[in-house]
Design a binder for this molecule. Structure first.
Ligand SMILES: Cc1cc2nc3c(=O)[nH]c(=O)nc-3n(C[C@H](O)[C@H](O)[C@H](O)COP(=O)(O)O)c2cc1C
Length: 166
């Protein structure tokens, strides 16, 4: 398969379905209006200083919110929060937060109650790569609780079987 061919793009898409990930919602506020976007492209980058990254499609409505406000929260979802993952993945264009329990984090950004982990972040760099932007962000505050994570694998939401390998 050659670089830049549709065949390679197709095989890449198929191969990426084999990569299990967690699921998170990036929440953001711009000029007083809150938005959120479900993502699975997020990872830790550094502990000194505490830093993570998220990859956001520049076509997404949420992109401009993040690019302009340069601040967001990452809410890592629990296994019982699939409805929230769906709610923030384009199923609901307006009133995304209606009926959703949240607590205000840094910068007045809503943190989703019941998430396994929350990170209040300030963007330190943006790198445009193809259709997406990688936002590298310094973590200002982090919190977590013990619980089951929501997973994503082979195009479906999953629980993880979290047994330790013997
Ligand atoms: C499991 C899952 C993972 C996703 N991961 C990402 C991601 O990492 N980055 C991204 O930009 N969009 C991702 N999306 C797609 C966005 O959630 C979707 O495009 C959303 O509609 C964009 O919303 P907006 O246009 O309102 O900002 C994912 C969707 C799902 C269901």
């Amino acid at each position: 398969m050659k670089r830049g061919t549709p065949a390679l793009a197709e095989e890449t898409r198929a191969a990426l379905r084999c990569v299990p990930t967690g699921v998170a919602v990036v929440t953001v506020v711009r000029e007083g209006e809150a938005r959120g976007i479900t993502i699975n492209a997020f990872t830790s980058v550094s502990l000194e200083p505490p830093t993570l990254l998220v990859c956001i499609n520049r076509q997404a409505r949420s992109y401009l919110y993040i690019a302009h406000s340069r601040r967001f929260a990452l809410n890592v979802l629990a296994a019982d929060q699939q409805e929230i993952a769906e709610r923030f993945s384009g199923k609901r264009r307006e009133r995304q937060f209606e009926g959703l329990a949240t607590t205000l984090g840094n910068g007045g950004i809503p943190l989703i109650d019941g998430a396994l982990a929350h990170f209040d972040c300030v963007v330190s760099a943006e790198h445009e790569v193809g259709s997406h932007s990688i936002f590298i962000a310094e973590i200002e505050r982090a919190s977590h609780r013990i619980g089951e994570p929501l997973g994503y694998f082979d195009g479906a939401f999953r629980t993880f079987a979290l047994e330790r390998v013997p």
